[in-house]
Ligand binder design. Structure first.
Ligand code: HEM
Length: 398
């Protein structure tokens, strides 16, 4: 069985994860497959993680059904938790409405939303502000809610729901209670919108999902509600974290701001390196469908497995000098968006939002300094997020 000697991962704290990175480096070298005190198995090497996610028959994404012994099932439209063949059907259906063209058509709208947010910040004439709170958080929520066709002014609700689902401790009774309430509220909110679209279509994503068809199959209300919920939540905190990580990376690499200002065409390559270096999700989950071996270690059927994307992205077997930030390195193998059939549906949207947002900030501010004193804080380890909760910056306007 996998070894159990190692201790729990250290906190991601004010060092920006340096101790966590050191722990992951040691685990890749010494215990690439590790069983924690709760019996869950952690996988650290890029090669193993890639092989696992490339094999959905052997490694299921449906953690809910498998870990509850079939007692509970995920809501029907929760793409992320579906296995083939159901996954493929739903994915084909939603890919039809979530196309590259639809995403690139959104560029003007994203620019408009981002510009309005920055105008709001600049109207206050305050040279120091929390860029997560005032810009990185609202931007993706406003974009995804206007895509779906739910009022962006309901943003405070989405924020509370997303925070609850992300930060609440599932293992306590209070946590379960908050979780149940959150899921119910979100469900009721979206169901109202889906019902309205069935009665009267509009030009929005919920309407498109309601009429979408693949192989003669359409989505029922439950599917549309759970898929819309996934989009509303999945696209929101992660993209905000990406933008924060882009600004932090710019601040920590002294030559970068001048380089990117001189040649904006390097921003896409910079974004990929940020995704590799500071992936917004620390890890993803899979469950083996039969007893199996990973890197020679036996892992039993239906064991919860954590696949560490941050570790895969820093694996020295795949990335030369992995702990150096190098804008132009080959990055096709970075795993921030996963790999295989569940590869992030929103990746083109997230990249575009990050790039538009950064370009607009570089246009407006001649200088952006992160304030490393009080006010800067990271998501802690109970949350599966590698990034900043608060990011105070000081700017000099052009
Ligand atoms: C799947 C990360 C933004 C929607 C995933 C997965 C990862 C990921 C790692 C795969 C999970 C797995 O294999 O278990 C990210 C990151 C983002 C981001 C780092 C931002 C930087 C978005 C956005 C949307 C979105 C903006 C939509 C608006 C989805 C959906 C899936 C998914 C629907 C499930 C796909 C499937 O199961 O086939 N994302 N995501 N994501 N993401 Fe994202």
């Amino acid at each position: 069985a996998p070894g159990t000697e190692a201790t729990a991962p250290p906190e991601v704290s004010l060092d920006g994860g340096e101790s966590l990175l050191a722990w992951l480096r040691r685990m890749r070298a010494e215990q690439p497959v590790w069983r924690d005190a709760a019996g869950k198995v952690h996988v650290f090497r890029h090669e193993d993680i890639q092989r696992i996610v490339a094999d959905p028959a052997a490694f299921s994404s449906d953690t809910v059904t498998r870990l509850s012994g079939g007692e509970r099932q995920p809501p029907g439209g929760t793409l992320l938790l579906l296995d083939p063949p159901r996954h493929g059907k739903l994915r084909r259906l939603v890919s039809k409405v979530f196309t590259a063209k639809m995403v690139s058509d959104l560029a003007p709208r994203i620019t408009q939303v981002a510009t309005e947010l920055l105008d709001g910040i600049d109207a206050a004439r305050d040279d120091r502000f929390d860029v997560v709170e005032s810009f990185a958080n609202p931007l993706p929520v406003i974009v995804i809610s206007s895509m779906l066709g739910v009022p962006p002014s309901d943003r405070p609700l989405f924020q509370v729901w997303a925070d609850n689902l992300l930060t609440v401790d599932w293992e306590t009774p209070e946590g379960m209670e908050v979780m149940g309430r959150t899921v119910q509220e979100l469900d009721a909110y979206l169901r109202k919108h889906v019902t309205e679209r069935r009665e009267q279509e509009r030009d929005d994503l919920i309407s498109t999902l309601v009429r979408a068809e693949v192989d003669g199959e359409t989505l029922n209300d439950d599917d549309v509600v759970s898929f819309a919920a996934l989009l509303l939540l999945a696209g929101h905190v992660t993209t905000a974290v990406l933008l924060g990580n882009m600004l932090l990376s710019l601040d920590l690499e002294p030559e970068l701001p001048a380089e990117l200002r001189a040649d904006r065409s390097r921003i896409p390559a910079f974004t990929e390196e940020v995704l590799r270096y500071r992936p917004p999700f620390l890890k993803i989950e899979r469950v083996p469908t039969a007893d199996t071996k990973i890197a020679g270690e036996l892992v039993a059927e239906n064991t919860m497995m954590y696949l560490w994307l941050l570790s895969a992205n820093r694996d020295e077997q795949v990335f030369a000098e992995p702990d150096r930030f190098l804008t132009d390195r080959p990055n096709a193998k970075q795993m921030a968006f996963g790999h295989g059939i569940h590869y992030c549906l929103g990746a083109p949207l997230a990249r575009m939002e990050g790039q538009i947002a950064l370009n607009l900030m570089l246009d407006r501010y001649a200088d952006i300094q992160v304030d490393h004193g009080t006010g800067l804080s990271y998501f802690d380890n109970r949350v599966n997020v590698f990034g900043l909760r608060q990011l105070p910056v000081s700017v000099r306007r052009v």
